[in-house]
Each structure stands twice: as C-alpha cells, then as structure tokens.
Write a protein that binds this ligand. Structure first.
Ligand SMILES: *[C@@H]1O[C@H](CO)[C@@H](O)[C@H](O)[C@H]1NC(C)=O
Ligand SMILES: *[C@@H]1O[C@H](CO)[C@@H](O)[C@H](O)[C@H]1NC(C)=O
Ligand SMILES: *[C@@H]1O[C@H](CO)[C@@H](O)[C@H](O)[C@H]1NC(C)=O
Ligand SMILES: *[C@@H]1O[C@H](CO)[C@@H](O)[C@H](O)[C@H]1NC(C)=O
Ligand SMILES: *[C@@H]1O[C@H](CO)[C@@H](O)[C@H](O)[C@H]1NC(C)=O
Length: 404
C-alpha cells in the first residue's frame, strides 16, 4: 500500500522519486512517510510480448531505482518479458533495502552472440538487495544446449557478484543455458524458497554454485537439473545448505576443487536436512588432479535421506584425471557424514577415494544406514588413502576403520 508508480512523463519533468504524504492516519494526524517508489519496467517502455529485447528498459528502471533518494522497488509485472544480457550494477544510493520484484516471466534471448559475460542477468556491487516476487526466470536453454562444448560455459541465468547482505527468494528458475544461479565474491547472502528445474540430460545446468563467498545460506529449495543441484566451490567460508530436495541431478557437491592454480581454501560447509532422489551422487566431495595445495575443512553432511541414489556418499579426489596427471594435493580434513540413510542402486554405497599425495584426515562416518534398491545387496564400502572412523550404525558392509 502507499506505493507510487513512476511514469516516463514524470521522468521527462525530472521527477524521479516521491516522498509521499500518507492519507489521514487512524488517529486523524497526517504523517510524512518516505514510501516506496515503484519503478515498473512497463512504464519504462518494456513490452510483455515475449520477443522484444527489453534489456535497455530494464537498465533504465534499475538506474532510476538505484539512485532514488527514497525507498525504491523495480517491478517486472505479470507478462512475458524477454531480454538479452543485463547487468544491474551498484553501488546504489537509495535507502536499503532495494527491492527487485519479478512477478512475470523473464525469458532469455536464445542468441549466444548477445552474451559477453557468461551471464544472462547479473547483479554487481549492490548491498541490501532483495530479489523476490513469485515469477519465473526461463533461460530458454533448450534452444542453445546443442552448442555446449564442455569448455566454454554457456551463460548462467543469474550471477550475484560482489554483493552483500542480500536475499534471493520466492522465484522459479527454468532451463538455464549454463548454471542457473552463481554467487561469487559475496558475503551474507540468503537464498530461500526457489524452484529450479531443467531436464536431467541438459548439459552443465547446475542449480546453485557458490565460490569465494562468506556466510551464504541456501534453504528450502526444490532443485532438479542436469548437473549438480548445489555445488560449493573454492574460497568459501561458512556455507549452509538446509532443506534442499534434489533430483534429478548429480547431487550436492563440494567442488570440484583444485581445477585452477589461483584457487583458495574452503572452510566451513554444513549441509543438513536434504533429500536426494534418483541422483547420480548424494553427498559428494570432488577434487582434481594437477591441483594447487589447498585445504578444504570443517565439512558436515548431516540428516540426509537418499532414494535410489547411485553414489550416496562419495569422496573422489581423482575427478577428471588423465593418464599423466598428478595426484590431487587438495587436503580434505575434518569431514563428517552423519545420519545418512536411504537406498542406493550401486554396490559401493560409500566410497572414499582420497589422494595418495595428500590423504583425507579426520573423516567421520556416523549413523549411516543404506539399503540396496534394484539389486540383492549387500551395499559395500571402499576407502583408499583415507583416515576415517565409524560411529553408531554403519550399514554398508565393510571395515569399521580406514587407515591411510
Ligand atoms: C509465464 O509463462 C507461462 C508459459 O508461457 C504462462 O503459462 C504463465 O501464465 C506466464 N506467467 C506470467 C506471470 O506471465
Ligand atoms: C515460495 O515461493 C512461491 C513462488 O515461487 C510462493 O508462491 C510461495 O508463497 C513462497 N512460499 C513461502 C513460504 O514464502
Ligand atoms: C561463520 O559462522 C559462525 C557461526 O554462525 C560465526 O560465528 C562466524 O563469525 C562466521 N565466520 C565468518 C568469517 O563470518
Ligand atoms: C533438521 O531436522 C532435524 C530433525 O527433524 C531438526 O531437529 C533440525 O532443527 C533441522 N535442522 C535444519 C537446519 O533444518
Ligand atoms: C579411485 O579412483 C581412480 C580414478 O577414478 C580409480 O582408478 C581407482 O580405481 C579408484 N580407487 C578405488 C579403490 O576405487
């Protein structure tokens, strides 16, 4: 209530923001309020025909909101709004928080030559942003997946870069070209109540990826894609993932780590109360050969339910190895798998394949209960180069201890 929609005509008059006076309040007195000004992209000329490239109209609405002296909201109303690459850059001078409300459908222009940044939509250098609205971001990936070559990533639907104290919530993501959401060099980000879907055979359509960020929380999401539902990359501190339902997809992964020489340590990841259904992996850590010397530590997977998962618990430090590549030197230490139960379709349900050069240390497997699905069993356990201890229920068949 009390919002104002700004028209282009007002802009022509040089009026950018309103400081509004409320109607008489219940007590009969008038109050001066700094009410929110709504910057509706339609008022900036955006056309909801599903075809017109609205990138410039979006940017104009964003710039007006970002520099508004009063509280500001960008609104993408109901309708089908197409656009190519858009960068919403800060810092903004409007009072916090700035709201970006997506009610309608945003669709990506399916022409790869329109993207230079590996992103369809990017937010950069903004503090206190809330992206919300119940709408959909459709990456139109079906039209470009044929061009995926496995080396150059296709544009991500949404990249949050150098952002702080921000929230992404209540949205649907469909068929990204590349990753659905990437968060990099950010701090204090909350991501909640998203639905992310793409076909299980779509290439590299990870649901959510985070790197080089601190204090990132992902909760209450439904994710089914052609790659990792959630992947936690290098350089992060304090990442929490809770109540994520994953499937189809490649599971919830830490890594891959050690792919590039400039990667940083990873510390503090807690993944809890998640379910994985029909995924190729469940709780996974993957590190590459020919890696820099990195440490990944304080990692907890807890209260996870697996249904028909191929590799429910897996550490793979030989990820993408080649005959001449050198063992991974990423050190995995203080890694906990607790209260993980459900069913697996493969004979090795728990597989710790650590690095000969830098064995895993301090791995805990506690209350693991896996039953076979679609085969007679038993469910097995294998460990190489891992110092691991078991506690409580341990129900793949195998040793109660691993020694590197
Ligand atoms: C989004 O697009 C779908 C399919 O084209 C349509 O059913 C739905 O009504 C659209 N939603 C909005 C909010 O425009
Ligand atoms: C989650 O988001 C959807 C829109 O995608 C919305 O309809 C629903 O109310 C949201 N749920 C909560 C708990 O906010
Ligand atoms: C990580 O989270 C813990 C607990 O929430 C907090 O005490 C700590 O300060 C955080 N670390 C950083 C670097 O923000
Ligand atoms: C996970 O589930 C357990 C048991 O239902 C509950 O006690 C705990 O608070 C939950 N934690 C999170 C982070 O959702
Ligand atoms: C570990 O992974 C490598 C590469 O994938 C594989 O060759 C090796 O057999 C695995 N070790 C065990 C014990 O499974």
């Amino acid at each position: 209530m009390g919002s104002h929609v700004i028209s282009q005509a007002w802009f022509a008059l040089g009026i950018t923001c309103l400081l509004a006076v409320s109607p008489a309040a219940a007590g009969g007195r008038r109050q001066i309020l700094t009410e929110e000004t709504v910057f509706d992209v339609a008022a900036f000329g955006a056309k909801p025909d599903g075809v017109t490239d609205n990138s410039m109209e979006f940017i104009r609405a964003w710039k007006a909101a970002c520099t508004c002296p009063g509280k500001a909201k960008v609104l993408i109303p109901a309708g089908n709004f197409a656009s190519g690459e858009v960068v919403f850059a800060g810092p903004c001078t409007s009072p916090a928080p700035i709201i970006f409300e997506i009610k309608g459908n945003l669709t990506a222009a399916p022409d790869l030559s329109m993207y230079s940044n590996f992103a369809w939509i990017m937010f950069q250098h903004v503090d206190n942003l809330v992206i919300t609205g119940g709408g959909t971001l459709d990456g139109n990936g079906k039209k470009v997946w044929q061009f995926a070559d496995g080396t150059t990533p296709l544009p991500a639907s949404l990249i949050l870069e150098t952002m702080g104290n921000s929230k992404l919530e209540n949205l649907k993501f469909v068929d990204s070209m590349g990753f659905h959401i990437k968060t990099t060099s950010c701090h204090d980000i909350v991501i909640t109540n998203l639905t992310i879907t793409a076909p299980d055979d779509s290439p590299n359509t990870d649901g959510f990826h985070v790197s080089r960020s601190t204090n990132v929380k992902v909760t209450d999401c439904l994710i089914g894609t052609g790659d990792d539902c959630v992947s936690i990359g290098e350089g992060n501190t304090n990442v929490t993932v809770a109540r994520v339902a994953c499937g189809p997809g490649h599971g919830i992964s830490i890594g891959s780590l050690g792919k590039r020489p400039d990667e940083k340590n990873l510390r503090g990841v807690t993944i809890s109360n998640c379910s994985l259904t029909g995924t190729t992996n469940g709780a996974r850590i993957k590190t590459c050969h020919d890696s820099p010397n990195l440490i990944a530590s304080a990692i907890v997977f807890e209260d996870i339910v697996m249904t028909d998962v191929k590799n429910p618990i897996i550490i793979d430090q030989n990820y993408h190895s080649t005959p001449n590549s050198k063992e991974s030197t990423v050190k995995l230490v203080d890694v906990h798998f607790r209260k993980i139960r459900g069913s697996t379709i493969s004979e090795v349900g728990v597989w710790l394949n650590c690095s000969m050069a830098n064995p895993c240390e301090g791995v805990e497997l506690a209350d693991i209960d896996l039953v076979p699905s679609g085969f007679l069993g038993p469910v097995g356990f294998a460990c190489t180069n891992a110092m691991a201890t078991m506690a409580g229920i341990f129900n793949p068949l195998g040793p109660r201890q691993c020694i590197a």
